[in-house]
Every structure is written in structure tokens, then in C-alpha cells.
Design a protein. Structure first.
Length: 199
């Protein structure tokens, strides 16, 4: 049976559509800076049970800290510090900043345990991500963030209490070990500078 000219045109049209679609496709992400913490692959499972590499936060400045949910003393103050940072910002600025708490106790810090803390402390899920790495990744994450920790015989941890400010590309631009509800003015000044950056 003789094929009509339209049948001959279909493969050519399909090729043309592919070329046009590729021309409008989103450009590939720029390479990460060499000093970006996101150079470290770090899958994290958050309070909603979603797992993604922490570089999914690229593009939005982040305040990052390490904690664990069963901590009764220092870690609640770390949460207070994150809240103090938020309260020092305008609503528009708050929308530009993420707060990421990474567990150093992933065996116990399941999504349910993380969610319990998030709800108890009234943490906005649009701004706060509480997440656990794989057990073998905790030391690497602590290393790039400059957090020292040691697990004790009773299961508790001695650890650095710090907030670390990352720019949009995961570079460390500030840190503070002043924790609690009174905000560190130098750290907040750094947050403002990062939020004011266009790229």
C-alpha cells in the first residue's frame, strides 16, 4: 500500500520537536564551588520520611546545626537559636532562609522522632527540615560543618553547639556557638548579607 506524504513527514516533525524542546530545556546547574560543603554527598531522610541529598537545598541559604532528638539540655537551645534567627528577620527574609537540623543519632532519630520534635516546638515545615543521615555518614557531615561530637556510654552525646550559615552554593560564610533565645548580632549581620546577595 502506498504511504501518503503525511506519513513521511511524521518522523521529521518528531525530530524537529525534539530539537525545539531541547533548546528550551533548563540549563545544567553550574559546578559547585570547591569549598562548598555540598561537595560531600549526603543523603538525608527528613521528618516527613522523604530522602534526598542535602544539595537539594542548593539555591537557598541555610542555617545548619547538628543535634539529636533525645537531648534534654543543649539541643533545645539550638532550636531556640534557630527561632531567634528567624525572629530577627522580616517575613520576606524568613521566606528566603532554610533551617536544617541534622541528627548525629540516626539510629534513634527516625522520621517519627524528628516529626515529634518539629510539632512540639512548632517548627514551620516550609522553613525547617529535621533530618537524619545514614549512620556511616554522620562523621563526614560533622567534619565538613566543623562539629565535634562523642557518644557516651549512656547513649547521650557530647558535641559542639553551633549554627553554621551556608550561602546558596553551600559555602560556609559564618558560624556561631552563642546559642539560646538571644541572637548573636554578628551572625545575624552575616545572614542579612547572604540574603541580600543576588547569586
Amino acid at each position: 500500500m502506498k504511504r501518503s506524504p503525511i506519513h513521511l513527514l511524521r518522523p521529521a516533525l518528531a525530530c524537529l520537536l525534539l530539537v525545539v524542546a531541547s533548546a528550551f530545556a533548563a540549563p545544567a546547574a553550574a559546578p559547585l564551588p570547591k569549598d562548598s560543603v555540598y561537595q560531600l554527598p549526603l543523603p538525608l531522610t527528613d521528618q516527613h520520611g522523604r530522602t534526598a541529598d542535602w544539595r537539594s537545598h542548593r539555591g537557598q541559604p541555610q542555617v545548619v546545626a547538628m543535634f539529636y532528638t533525645s537531648c534534654q539540655y543543649i539541643c533545645p537551645l539550638i532550636v531556640d537559636s534557630g527561632k531567634a534567627v528567624q525572629h530577627a528577620l522580616t517575613p520576606a527574609e524568613q521566606a528566603k532562609l532554610g533551617i536544617l537540623l541534622i541528627s548525629m543519632d540516626p539510629k534513634r532519630d527516625t522520621p517519627a522522632a524528628l516529626m515529634s520534635v518539629a510539632k512540639k516546638r512548632g517548627l514551620d515545615p516550609a522553613r525547617w527540615s529535621l533530618a537524619s543521615p545514614r549512620p556511616d555518614d554522620v562523621r563526614s557531615a560533622a567534619g565538613v560543618l566543623g562539629v565535634r561530637y562523642r557518644q557516651l556510654a549512656d547513649g547521650e552525646f557530647n558535641h559542639t553547639s553551633a549554627l553554621v550559615l551556608l550561602d546558596r552554593n553551600g559555602r560556609i560564610v559564618a558560624r556561631t556557638e552563642k546559642i539560646g533565645s538571644v541572637v548573636d548580632p554578628e551572625f545575624i549581620a552575616a545572614v542579612h548579607r547572604v540574603l541580600d546577595q543576588k547569586t
